[in-house]
Ligand binder design. Structure first.
Ligand code: C2E
Ligand code: MG
Ligand code: MG
Ligand code: MG
Length: 282
């Protein structure tokens, strides 16, 4: 009896494993086709100056509108793209498309200071030997000034390839491109270690911002991060601002920039154009 039970459990396990493998494979195939069918779309989330409340630029966030399954979150498909190497062509497309669109906005709204674009880079993308050449070419092709481009990488990407990363950052500096550390606080690095790299800004992960703004909580941790970052001449971008209380605390800590649903969700480019138009003509 025990034996047959064990067997049954084994069979269930096998089935689940199989189903998972099949659906992962399916996801990979679908993703490959999504690129060809142009089912991927970039959404843009405003990044706001916490001093002036003006939009300074956007973060490009990838969306996949799957024919059968509807919207699939990047948290789900970016890891698949990373594992299969599809992140390389996808990342190139995101970079080109977002730089192109940002240049269009700059030309459309010449009376505001030039809008900037933040692009997320995964580990594999950042490790491409010809990355600098690619970025240089895209800047030339789209006409976007290097100063308008900011690249977001996580601490682990930096630390796992420290030598390569140091070299990359130097090259990016030469193009005027800035480097931001994404999801800061969720990794293991210390700020003093990060200081060895030419980093322009830290994005404080939204898990920290989430804990702010309630009565029974103090923002000690964010306060410490902000003070140290400022001592090291880095700016702070707070992610995931959802309430006015959070905004006010972050302003009190002299965080330079913020993004979150309080200001705006990530939006399609047409909606962003309307948003800029509104903010210019009010
Ligand atoms: P991330 O770079 O840390 O992006 C911030 C995430 O927080 C986004 O999730 C954004 O939609 C979400 N968010 C913004 N404001 C709020 C808020 O007020 N509250 C809450 N709860 N969430 C907020 P999203 O768009 O699902 O992207 C998830 C992650 O996928 C990104 O995290 C980034 O690591 C990755 N990703 C997205 N697009 C790309 C891409 O083009 N290339 C690469 N390599 N990774 C990407
Ligand atoms: Mg990001
Ligand atoms: Mg982040
Ligand atoms: Mg994140």
């Amino acid at each position: 009896r025990a034996k047959s039970l064990g067997k049954a459990r084994h069979a269930v396990f096998d089935r689940e494993m199989h189903a998972r493998a099949v659906s992962l494979l399916q996801l990979e195939n679908d993703l490959r086709r999504a690129v060809e069918r142009q089912e991927l779309e970039i959404y843009y989330q405003p990044i706001v100056s916490l001093r002036s409340n003006e939009i300074t630029g956007f973060e490009a966030l990838l969306r996949w509108n799957h024919r059968g399954h509807g919207m699939i979150s990047p948290a789900e498909f970016i890891p698949v793209a990373e594992e299969t190497g599809l992140i390389i062509p996808i990342g190139y497309w995101v970079l080109h498309e977002a730089c192109h669109q940002t240049r269009i906005w700059q030309e459309q709204f010449p009376d505001i200071s030039p809008l900037t674009i933040n692009i997320n880079f995964s580990g594999k993308q950042f490790a491409q030997p010809d990355l600098i050449k690619q970025i240089d070419r895209i800047l030339q092709e789209t006409g976007l000034p290097g100063q308008s481009l900011k690249i977001e990488i996580t601490e682990s990407v930096l630390i796992e390839n420290a030598d390569l990363a140091a070299h990359m950052l130097m090259q990016l500096k030469k193009l005027g491109v800035q480097v931001y550390i994404d999801d800061f606080g969720t990794g293991y690095s210390s700020l003093s270690y990060l200081h060895n790299f030419p980093i322009d800004a830290l994005k404080i992960d939204h898990s920290f911002v989430k804990r702010m703004g309630s009565n029974n909580d103090n923002p000690e941790l964010v306060k410490t991060i902000a003070r140290m970052a400022h001592n090291l001449n880095m700016n702070i971008v707070a992610e995931g601002i959802e309430t006015i209380e959070q905004l006010m605390q972050l302003q009190a800590l002299k965080c330079e920039y913020g993004q979150g649903y309080f200001f705006s969700q990530p939006l399609q480019k047409e909606a962003i154009t309307a948003l800029i138009q509104q903010s210019v003509f009010v």
